[in-house]
Design a protein around this ligand. Structure first.
Ligand SMILES: Nc1ncnc2c1ncn2[C@@H]1O[C@H](COP(=O)(O)OP(=O)(O)OP(=O)(O)O)[C@@H](O)[C@H]1O
Ligand SMILES: [Mg+2]
Length: 220
């Protein structure tokens, strides 16, 4: 047997990321749960190539403070938990402080965010877990997180991805589940409502507003 050695933090982070992010639907789940925890009443989800090319989640929630933006991408960094006692009374969907760190470790990430009341927004870009400095930028209230080239730096994981259509179907199932379990939140997403006879155009979106008694597909 080779000698026992402690893994570098880079390799350990990639392994930990694999536990959180198995496929595009895992990324969508984590980002939408963050948006719900942020108090969003409207969430837009966009994907390309089954989420392997691009995932973008936009919310109108509480936003992230510019000085806390880099911290959000560190492992075990959360605003939802402070002490061991808090573990007994979790009231949010997330609490581990792992999701953004995991997602950013295996993709190229961009965040644009502004808190209600702030005059300007802020943005950050990261690749493979390395986050660049925060920039000041104009932004609508809330947060947009864009995840591109998922698993670009983990070829072993990339090899096990299913066809784009299968990944899209997994995201579609997840979106229905999320919309049904959060009737107070308006969800809009593309492209799974495109019926087989519609071809590539027009661009179609799926809108869920369960609480309002509607769940429908519509063309934008
Ligand atoms: N869309 C968002 N709007 C506002 N704040 C956000 C958003 N997404 C993330 N955050 C902030 O970033 C922190 C880190 O997010 P992350 O998803 O990594 O951890 P978490 O949600 O606390 O726990 P978990 O890993 O279980 O999801 C959150 O605790 C929250 O404060
Ligand atoms: Mg989270």
């Amino acid at each position: 047997m080779p000698h026992i050695q402690q893994l570098s933090s880079h390799v350990a982070d990639l392994i930990a990321a694999g536990e959180v992010v198995e496929r595009p639907a895992s990324v969508v789940k984590e980002l939408v749960e963050n948006a719900i925890d942020a108090g969003a009443s409207a969430i837009v989800v966009e994907i390309q190539r089954g989420g392997m090319g691009l995932i973008r989640v936009t919310d109108n929630g509480c936003g992230i403070a510019p000085e806390e933006l880099p911290t959000a991408f560190l492992r075990h960094a959360t605003s939802k938990l402070r002490t061991a006692e808090d573990l007994a009374k979790i009231g949010t969907l997330g609490f581990r402080g792992e999701a953004l760190a995991a997602i950013s470790a295996v993709s190229r990430v961009d965040v644009l965010t502004r808190r209600p009341g702030d005059t300007t927004g802020s943005a950050i870009h990261g690749e493979g877990g390395h986050m660049e400095p925060v920039r000041e930028e104009g932004a609508p209230e809330g947060t947009t997180i864009r995840v591109a080239d998922l698993f670009y730096n983990t070829p072993a994981r990339l090899k096990f991805m299913k066809k784009d259509s299968a990944e899209t179907a997994a995201v579609a199932g997840l979106m229905q589940h999320l919309a049904l379990s959060h009737p107070d939140v308006s969800f809009k997403w593309n492209p799974p409502c495109t019926p087989p006879w519609a071809g590539n155009s027009p661009k179609r979106w799926c809108r869920y507003r369960v609480g309002a008694g509607t769940s429908r597909c519509g063309a934008l």
